[in-house]
Design a protein around this ligand. Structure first.
Ligand code: NAG
Ligand code: NAG
Ligand code: NAG
Ligand code: NAG
Ligand code: NAG
Ligand code: NAG
Ligand code: NAG
Ligand code: NAG
Ligand code: NAG
Ligand code: NAG
Length: 793
């Protein structure tokens, strides 16, 4: 209570620009801790982190500099720990930032990266779960207490059991505590909080002199004047004698915020927390950590395994080291890039750096090149200098005994040596070669249905994997999960994994025990009708294809089900031609008989060796993720009662090294005299558009320069009624001006264009005899709506 009063007082005293960082959980984040907080079941992974960041960036409309500092200020709070002895009540929350990480964060935010807390309106843009997830990903801390699952996660060897005696008053330390504030990337697990702080510092570089720090009220607030005086004397009267830098002016005694945000800040934690115990010994100072995700497909908990025979210790974890290195690398280039493109976003920079293609402004800058970039950027003598200065300031805040500057320098040198010795190992362990062939994946709306082969948890693992493999959020694809037996949605289509997993954890699900194909197809018919009605209302002229992925390694449909499926499939194919059915089975024969159509063009059969998750993932990666599933270009709804249904142009874009493909299904080509498909370049570079029919290898290609249009004309597309192959289009970039700046840009070097068409055969969905009763009402309402919309034009 005394403490609380004390904080309130500080708050009242501090000026707005120097608002103190408190160790209590701020009001914005209280709901993330009350009653255990919401279930954060989404994978702790880069794609999920970026999707949250993008959402916040889009709604905040701040530039990267402001956005990154305010993001840290509102959602990052390091060192939050559960108090071992407190019980939660209406007035007491047993969580506060009481662990050592808090001190560095506080100094960083108060002295080196000043910001205003309330610019970002988090609650307006993110749901509670999204907010808490982002907070947990940004905030470094460790949950130290025993959870009860240790015997499974980190079983004790007999000899270690005897040495495990240390424990705190009421609660036992876990043998494998959980590290928070981390996400998994293809190039190792990193701490995004460190990364964001590095980029914020790069855009707001500051070199704060030691005298300015020692004189700042916000710094002196909680330490005795005697300590401050000792430090002043240490830095400003004796230095001629042994200054290692041989510099005497005050301005040279400075600390850079970029180094505090990255390697020097974390290394100072090693110095301050371990130095007083082990002395200036590079062999006894512990840098780095040994960790493992509890699940690599669905990474949620990141276990720390303290080395044998030492105190549990996580002052400078592997994730912090990698993020510190990546942060320094990016900071080296960022000001130039932002100078070239003011609208560049934080999420875009991170998205490009952690990709095989690299950052569009300089493609050598990418995580797979980390080793070479590190060597050219990080300088050992600078690291020692910055670490020892910052460690001195940190020690004043964190420990009550004064450690002389000279001692601090010796300990910092030892810690820096330990770090330098460790770096080659960690870089090697997290290295992945840059892939030369670029990573095309289709943009699709995926619907998954499974049989009883897998447990619910395995299905969750699979969905986590495929969400990442298809880059769902970045491609504006969607994923959905159907109950394979009753055909109901377990999760209806959504564009991000956060919402996918919050739906799963908020409902009690009975997972399918077998596959009932007719139920699945019926639901797909309903869904396709609904989405086609929506498309008609939205006047869409093109869109992603839907892929229904039926994973049925073990179940085979009964002959009755097969017969029903045939009937239903026939009805489905009367109106919906671009719904792909992909069947995964040990033996796909039965599924090959579902469709009577001679040439369907929208089916995939994927044979697997077993129902093991790993086998299925391998097969789906090769045969679906790495396969071309074109987007669809389609005709409008046919005229009903004199009402015409218009279509608007379709906007799309393509990244350098990747491709976008489209298909017009034969249905829309039949009985038509001439078809025009127009591509209009939006002006961010040159594109190449090619057209071909069926499996035809001869392609008609045309380069379209900035702002130009090109019209492909297909005269008499189906001369023989028996054989009419689909028309295919492909768009790739030739050049990019790296100029894409509007909201829909995923990345700055994408090149946009518009597609428009005419002459396609219309689809008689509304007012046709085929429509069945439950949809009838919706039709009429919709037709009315559409005609009204049309009239107002
Ligand atoms: C900070 O100190 C370094 C040397 O320690 C010096 O080169 C640099 O000019 C100083 N920066 C400022 C802004 O005074
Ligand atoms: C991983 O941890 C999460 C959250 O604690 C848990 O739900 C999941 O079952 C764990 N996975 C494995 C494979 O242990
Ligand atoms: C810790 O001890 C166990 C058993 O004594 C051994 O298997 C393991 O390799 C040791 N780990 C380290 C990091 O030394
Ligand atoms: C890209 O970065 C590398 C490494 O720092 C540098 O050598 C090269 O000149 C840069 N290229 C451009 C175009 O800036
Ligand atoms: C590191 O920086 C110092 C000056 O701060 C310079 O003298 C030295 O050459 C640099 N070392 C490397 C490897 O760049
Ligand atoms: C995730 O998807 C849901 C619904 O599909 C949407 O409401 C939410 O805003 C999305 N969140 C993000 C971060 O994109
Ligand atoms: C969870 O489900 C309940 C009732 O079904 C609903 O009221 C609540 O909004 C849901 N929460 C989330 C986060 O979806
Ligand atoms: C289609 O829309 C109807 C009415 O709007 C709704 O009841 C039904 O659940 C929807 N079906 C699917 C598969 O979304
Ligand atoms: C297609 O037809 C339009 C006019 O109908 C014409 O302007 C265009 O040049 C034609 N395109 C090609 C590739 O011949
Ligand atoms: C078309 O008009 C007829 C007669 O006016 C009416 O009975 C029918 O419901 C209308 N159809 C649609 C789809 O609106």
């Amino acid at each position: 209570m005394k403490e609380l009063l004390f904080f309130v007082l500080i708050c009242a005293l501090a000026s707005p620009s120097e608002e103190a960082i408190l160790s209590s959980v701020p009001p914005l984040l209280l709901d993330c801790y009350r009653r255990g907080g919401p279930d954060l079941a989404a994978p702790h992974r880069l794609d999920v982190f970026l999707s949250l960041l993008r959402r916040l960036e889009l709604s905040s409309r701040l530039d990267m500099r402001l956005f990154s500092t305010t993001l840290l200020r509102s959602l990052r709070l390091d060192g939050i720990e559960e108090s071992p002895n407190t019980i939660e009540s209406d007035y007491v929350l047993p969580f506060r930032a009481s662990a050592f990480q808090f001190h560095k964060y506080k100094l960083l935010m108060e002295v080196f990266l000043p910001s205003q807390p309330d610019i970002l309106n988090v609650d307006e843009s993110l749901t509670l779960i999204e907010k808490c997830l982002l907070h947990k990903m940004l905030s470094s801390t460790v949950q130290p207490w025993e959870r009860g699952d240790e015997n499974e996660v980190c079983p004790l060897s007999a000899q270690r059991r005897q040495t495990m005696t240390r424990q705190s008053a009421n609660r036992i330390n876990s043998r494998c505590p959980i590290e928070d504030g981390v996400i998994k990337t293809e190039w190792g697990t990193i701490s995004p909080g460190t990364l964001v702080a590095a980029l914020a510092s790069a855009l707001e570089p500051q070199q704060v002199t030691i005298s300015d720090i020692l004189k700042a009220d916000i710094f002196k607030e909680e330490i005795s004047q005697a300590m401050v005086d000792s430090a002043m004397e240490d830095w400003y009267t004796e230095h001629e004698e042994f200054d290692i830098d041989d510099q005497s002016s005050d301005t040279n005694n400075n600390i850079s915020n970029l180094w505090v945000a990255t390697l020097a800040g974390d290394l100072a934690e090693v110095v301050v927390n371990q130095g007083p115990l082990v002395g200036a010994s590079e062999h006894r100072m512990l840098v780095g950590s040994s960790n493992r995700w509890n699940d690599t497909l669905l990474p949620r908990d990141y276990y720390l395994f303290p080395p044998n025979g030492t105190l549990p210790n996580w002052h400078f974890t592997d994730a912090e080291i990698l993020a510190g290195i990546d942060g320094l690398i990016l900071a080296n280039y960022l000001p130039t890039w932002v100078g070239q493109r003011r609208s560049l976003g934080l999420s875009q920079v991170l998205d490009m750096y952690y990709s095989n293609e690299g950052v569009s402004f300089n493609t050598t800058v990418r995580a797979c090149n980390r080793h070479a970039l590190y060597a050219s950027i990080v300088n050992g003598s600078q690291l020692i200098r910055e670490t020892s200065r910052f460690a001195h300031m940190l020690s004043l805040q964190q420990i009550t005994v004064y450690i002389p500057r000279k001692e601090m320098e010796r300990m910092s040198e030892a810690a820096a040596t330990a770090f330098m010795n460790y770096v080659p190992t960690i870089l090697r362990n997290n290295h992945q070669e840059c892939r030369i062939t670029f990573s095309d994946v289709p943009s699709i709306d995926l619907i998954v249905a499974t049989d009883g082969s897998w447990t619910g948890y395995e299905i969750e693992q699979f969905m986590s994997w495929i969400g990442n493999a298809l880059e769902v959020e970045a491609h504006s694809s969607t994923i959905a999960l159907l109950h394979g037996n009753n055909g109901r949605w377990i999760v209806s289509p959504t564009s991000n994994l956060t919402s996918f997993y919050s739906t799963i954890s908020n409902s009690t699900i009975e997972w399918p025990n077998r596959l009932n194909l007719p139920n699945v197809i019926s639901r797909i018919i309903q869904h396709s009708r609904n989405s086609t009605l929506e498309e008609i209302a939205a006047m869409a002229s093109a869109g992603h294809s839907t892929v229904v992925l039926i994973i049925s390694p073990t179940d085979r449909p009964s002959s009755e089900e097969l017969e029903q499926s045939r009937v239903l499939m026939q009805s489905l194919r009367r109106s919906f031609f671009d719904i792909y059915f992909a069947y995964v089975a040990l033996d796909t024969t039965d599924f090959q008989n579902v469709n009577n159509e001679y040439l369907d063009y929208s089916e995939l059969f994927i044979t697997v060796n077993s129902n093991a998750l790993a086998d299925v993932i391998d097969a789906i990666y090769t045969n679906l993720v790495k396969t071309d599933i074109p987007s669809r270009i389609f005709g409008s709804q046919c005229e009903v009662n004199g009402t015409e249904f218009m279509q608007v142009q379709y906007e799309d874009h393509v990244l350098p090294g990747r491709k976008q493909t489209y298909r017009i299904h034969p249905f829309y080509l039949k009985q038509q005299p001439i078809i025009h498909v127009q591509f209009r370049n939006d002006g961010q570079g040159q594109i190449l558009v090619c057209m071909w029919r069926g499996a035809d290898v001869s392609r008609i290609c045309q380069t379209i320069v900035e702002r130009e249009t090109y019209i492909v004309n297909i005269t008499d597309p189906c001369p023989s009624p028996g054989f009419c192959p689909p028309a295919h289009f492909i768009a790739t970039t030739i050049t990019t001006s790296n100029l894409c700046a509007h909201d829909q840009c995923r990345l700055p070097h994408q090149v946009g264009y518009y597609i428009q068409h005419s002459g396609l055969r219309c689809l008689p969905l509304l007012g046709s005899a085929a429509s069945v009763s439950p949809f009838w009402k919706a039709h009429i309402a919709l037709s009315l709506m559409v005609s009204l919309m049309y009239l107002t034009y």
